[in-house]
Design a protein around this ligand. Sequence first.
Ligand code: IPE
Ligand code: IPE
Ligand code: MG
Length: 240
Amino acid sequence: MSEEFGNKLPRHVAIIMDGNGRWAKAHALQVAAGHRKGVETLRGIIRESSDIGIEALTLYAFSTENWKRSPAEVGALMNLLLEYFTSEIDELNEKNVCIRILGDKAGLPDAQREAVTQAEKRTESNTGLKLNIAINYGARAEMLSAVRAIAAQVEKGELRPQDITEETIAGALYTHDLPDVDLLIRTSGEMRLSNFLLYQCAYAEMTFPTVLWPDFSLADYHAALSAFGRRDRRFGGRKE
Ligand code: IPE
Ligand code: IPE
Ligand code: MG
């Protein structure tokens, strides 16, 4: 691990990649061009995370609420998604990256669902960076399906309500085998979670750089990681 981050590299980094639309507007471009530039940023951040030894990186790519956008923008995002998974899979696989989709894949168009499922299958036994891409993801929808799965176990008599623990809940989420989020980064200056990893971020350190996602550089990423290394995490306790 690089000295730069002290000895405190976060195990799990989550990023809300925000600001593509404003970037496009500032450059007098169509919104799709902003998303395309955003994918370039994402490539660099994934490579860097793998190189410096981050254990898990979770990227918010498309929320359950993003379907509200115009059909043209949703279509552009879905096309980019397909393009990304087709063009990057070989390199990611070579880098030993294990890809997982967080979200409701059933709600995706057929081609996209097949491409992401293929990517998951091809990389499932890889032991490097755990790359989680949240697509058609919403934390409330995730919790709803967890509650339903737990209720079904109770109904079948496999689980008693008094035996439900915090681990039972965590275990029913898409992130069941991942550590909690240590560092959450949201670009573009917005300071909200927008329905992202509400359960998993209970004790996340958060940072809200004002830079728009297409302009988010490796230096910005390093600054966020270094700031994390300087945070005093108490988890409710007190250090004497
Ligand atoms: C984030 O950029 C990317 C997605 C939501 C897919 P935005 O498109 O939300 O960018 P702004 O917030 O409009 O600038
Ligand atoms: C959150 O950003 C979703 C993603 C980055 C994929 P939004 O831009 O959709 O969030 P709001 O609407 O500003 O809360
Ligand atoms: Mg936005």
